[in-house]
Write a protein that binds this ligand. Structure first.
Ligand code: SF4
Length: 428
């Protein structure tokens, strides 16, 4: 927000705050991910009908700009940090444009990212309120991942800017929310060496191959890393090859997890169900593997073809998409016809896997194995146990997908802007 505008800003998180019915606002900006696209559009329509202009941005808007534009006075495509001040200036002068795009970046360097207004955040609403982003995008190309559609280029912030932002965080704890923090070895080493003197504790998302590099793991641990979320996805190398994630070596998982844990780092291991190779036995074999590997906090999700991904294009071409209702795109609903079981079998198995892994005796086994990582593991496991109660009781999880409203495929014009022939998404 340019200081010259002297604007009053209110941040409302749709997950944790009450959304105001009659806000006293000159302009409303809504950041949209696919899973919340429908309520975001409904909210935008509602505010616009009351005369308040609405700007939409975020990953879903970047992939489906034509769809978003039907519900907005203006949209921001791509990174917003440099486009947003320009948009606000135009709005102030009464000439806001329909579309704003991210500014070109040279040398993969994402500099001058404005510091987040942490003072406006309701910290009590979050387990880890302080997040920092050091990079944008990913160099890998997993078929289900939206990162490449949204950030086609891998970008890094100057280390000094990231460190300065971390230094200003009052809490000792923070989390990197980069989709894959360690993609550039030299950059990562420079970053971790620079944050070590700050004596913070942090967590991040990384790929399993990062755990192969023991000198990197040492440096991460020395710089305060206490938690890593790792996308193992599957225990089958055939599956990993099929989803373009063969850089994960399933036979190495056990040693890699042990190596991180020996350095005091908790491992949250993510596995996905519903791959084409998965049969009805996958739930039992995966939950056993998870327990056997000694993963500290397991996490399961369903193979979801987010718009703009190669998986979406393939599933659409094969006529296997069951629901285009974006509400179902939360990785906890079955939106594609599985190859080797029914949608109901997949959904039941997914829920069963959660219940099995978070039985109290399995949690206790995991916690017993942990030592200094105990607090993180305890809170993490308890949070998932609570989540399972919701999975079993909340009507939104009663069916594999919204059978009463499966939506419709995006129209050709939803993928791009009016008058633009080439799609903006990776499908183009
Ligand atoms: S799933 Fe992870 S490793 Fe794969 S492309 Fe996405 S961010 Fe990169």
């Amino acid at each position: 927000m340019p200081p010259s505008l002297e604007a009053e800003i209110h941040i409302i998180d749709g997950n944790t705050d009450t959304i105001p019915e009659n806000p006293q606002a000159d302009l409303i900006g809504i950041s949209v991910i696919t899973g919340c696209a429908r309520p975001a559009y409904a909210l935008a329509d509602y505010y616009r009908a009351r005369g308040i202009p609405v700007v939409l941005g975020g990953v879903h808007v970047t992939v489906l700009p034509g769809e978003a534009l039907k519900h907005a006075d203006s949209i921001v495509i791509g990174r917003g940090e440099h486009a947003w001040p320009e948009l606000l200036g135009d709005f102030w002068r009464g000439r806001m444009q329909k579309v704003y795009r991210e500014k070109p970046i040279r040398d993969h360097l994402l500099a001058d990212v404005p510091p987040p207004r942490r003072d406006l955040q309701r910290k009590s609403a979050y387990m880890v309120p302080n997040t920092v982003q050091a990079t944008r995008g990913c160099r890998h190309r997993c078929d289900f991942c939206m990162a490449n559609a949204v950030w086609p280029r891998y970008l890094k912030r100057p280390v000094a800017e990231v460190v300065d932002e971390i230094r200003k965080i009052r809490s000792r704890n923070f989390a990197f929310n980069d989709v894959s923090l360690v993609e550039d070895i030299e950059f990562s080493k420079e970053l971790f060496s620079a944050i070590a003197p700050l004596k913070k504790q942090w967590g991040a998302l990384v790929t399993a191959e990062v755990l192969e590099d023991t000198s990197m793991l040492d440096l991460m641990a020395e710089s305060g890393c206490v938690y890593l979320l790792v996308g193992f996805e599957s225990g089958s190398q055939t599956v990993l090859r099929g989803i373009s994630k063969s850089f994960n070596k399933a036979l190495r998982y056990r040693d890699l997890i042990r190596s991180a844990q020996e350095r005091g780092i908790s491992i949250q291991g993510c596995f996905v169900f519903g791959f084409d190779h998965d049969g009805p036995d996958v739930f039992e074999s995966t939950t056993e593997l998870v327990q056997d590997l000694g993963i500290d906090i397991p996490r399961y999700s369903l193979y979801t073809p987010y718009p703009g991904t190669r998986l979406f294009a393939r599933m659409q071409a094969e006529g296997r998409i069951l629901s285009y209702n974006w509400d179902d795109y939360d990785t906890m609903h079955v939106v594609i016809n599985p190859a080797r079981m029914s949608p109901e079998e997949l959904y039941c198995g997914f829920k069963w896997a959660y219940r099995r892994s978070f039985r109290m005796r399995n949690i206790v086994k995991r916690l017993r194995r942990a030592d200094i990582r105990c607090a993180i593991n305890f809170v993490g496991n308890l949070a998932y146990r609570n989540f399972i109660r919701r999975l079993d009781s909340d009507p939104i999880f009663a069916r594999p997908f919204s059978t009463d409203d499966v939506g419709s495929p995006p129209a050709p014009g939803d993928w791009h802007l009016p008058g633009e022939e080439r799609a903006l998404s990776c499908l183009g």
